[in-house]
Design a protein around this ligand. Sequence first.
Ligand code: SF4
Ligand code: SF4
Ligand code: SF4
Length: 153
Amino acid sequence: MVNAMEIYQLTPKTNCKKCGLPTCMAFAVALLGREKNIEDCTPLVDEPKYEAKLKKLQEVMEPIMGASETGLIVHPEKCYGCGNCVVACPVNVANDPRGSAIGLGPKSDKAILVVEDGVVKCLNMEECRRFGPNKIMCNACTATCPSKAIEFV
Ligand code: SF4
Ligand code: SF4
Ligand code: SF4
């Protein structure tokens, strides 16, 4: 899971206060705690020179933002990359049949659970069955994880 210092490195680091906080570090902490959104840093969103930082920040924040909606979090230190969850997730199987059938991935950019470098990662959390107004309390990923590396909070 990303930490506040890593998030801080992806802010403009100008302490301009436009987000309503005194420093970019305070913003990073607030973002991590889901008290702020990326869009609250208007320089980052509006200024083309920060485009690469914005893209990277969106990427690292995706699992955290998804967690606030779905409650799903990953404990990477407990994961040993078996791929059970990748195979079990019904959305993975539907969106990424080639990659998910063998517990690896991603072969599609719509997979939710992928194993990379031996550790599970959550992507595309908006595809999870627990996301959105028609959410279903799916638990296929946690039920099949032998090491409790995925949980709902
Ligand atoms: S708006 Fe962005 S650049 Fe300005 S202080 Fe907040 S995080 Fe830093
Ligand atoms: S809760 Fe269901 S849909 Fe969401 S990641 Fe886990 S198995 Fe996939
Ligand atoms: S989260 Fe659990 S089921 Fe998924 S790859 Fe890691 S150990 Fe296996």
